[in-house]
Design a protein around this ligand. Structure first.
Ligand code: NAG
Ligand code: NAG
Ligand code: NAG
Ligand code: NAG
Length: 262
């Protein structure tokens, strides 16, 4: 009867993993409570206006919008908080009010485009210079990697579901399938989580970026940091937790697979 406990534990772990991955998928698809709470990456731009006016002795008037319904990406003004999910990103003018982009399968994580496309052209042109040597501005690199990560997470989610559903059939062959599925799922989720962790980590370089080296004769002061703060979203932690559950589920599936021989 040990096998019963084994398969029960494996099913529970697969179920938890699947649930976590579903939460990851719904992150930022709209601004309601749960999707709002889940993101892969966050950018707080609150300090940027001040940093820009400190660095170039100009004012940041008209940089931010307070109209939380105005569409994104159309130079309608910067929002304070940008949160990126797997299918869209949302931007918020305060902790609760915001708007999201349309949904796209394998939406690219292109934070520099997201932010500068909300600014008026005279501000975004400064950004091209300021962020010139950062990974943050490298949208093709970030976009490509986030897409690859998305497909790994999608494959991982499908295999996690397969492990769960074949595991409850309690037959020898399905146990082989659920063992294999949980291993494939764990590896896919591991790769997806690692890619996301890596690209957000690289973007965090702008948190301490000095805005000083502005070219073109613009007057600047020493020691003005960008005022943009990139951080990991909890979606990345949920993805890592899903990986841990799937990896842990593979062991009891394997045991059941070897002990239940019909
Ligand atoms: C954004 O950063 C500012 C300081 O730059 C801080 O006061 C504010 O609480 C942050 N907002 C969020 C939602 O983290
Ligand atoms: C906010 O933006 C929306 C959409 O562009 C527009 O319809 C609305 O009039 C704006 N509200 C204000 C107060 O400007
Ligand atoms: C956020 O902004 C919206 C619209 O401007 C406002 O209705 C809401 O009360 C604000 N919420 C907070 C927590 O400040
Ligand atoms: C988003 O979807 C709406 C409705 O389907 C469409 O009118 C709008 O053009 C889309 N926006 C973008 C940026 O694709």
């Amino acid at each position: 009867m040990r096998g019963e406990y084994c398969i029960g534990g494996a099913s529970l772990l697969s179920f938890v993993a699947l649930l976590l991955l579903i939460f990851v998928h719904v992150g930022q698809i709209n601004t309601s409570l749960v999707p709002h709470g889940i993101a892969m990456a966050k950018i707080n731009t609150s300090g940027f206006g001040q940093a820009l006016s400190d660095a170039i002795l100009d004012s940041d008037q008209g940089m931010y919008t307070t109209n939380y319904t105005s569409p994104l990406g159309q130079q309608n003004g910067l929002r304070q908080i940008y949160e990126f999910g797997l299918y869209s990103y949302c931007a918020y003018v305060n902790s609760s009010a915001g708007t999201c982009t349309n949904h796209t399968i394998a939406d690219k994580f292109e934070p520099f485009i997201a932010i500068t496309s909300d600014m008026l052209a005279n501000y975004s042109q400064y950004c091209d210079t300021m962020f010139a040597n950062t990974t943050f501005i490298n949208s093709s690199y970030l976009g490509y990697n986030s897409r690859v990560a998305y497909y790994f997470i999608l494959i991982g989610t499908i295999f996690a579901a397969m492990a769960l559903f074949t595991g409850v059939l309690r037959k020898a062959l399905p146990f082989v399938i659920s063992t294999a599925s949980s291993i494939i799922a764990a590896i896919s989720i591991l790769i997806g989580a690692a890619i996301w962790t890596s690209i957000v980590k690289k973007c965090e370089g702008i948190n301490t970026l000095d805005l000083l080296p502005l070219s073109g004769g613009v007057v600047s002061l020493n020691g003005v940091v960008s005022g943009m703060i990139v951080s990991y979203g909890n979606g990345i932690y949920l993805t890592w937790a899903a990986f841990a559950c799937l990896a842990a589920a593979a062991v009891p599936y394997m045991v059941s697979c070897c002990t239940f021989r019909g």
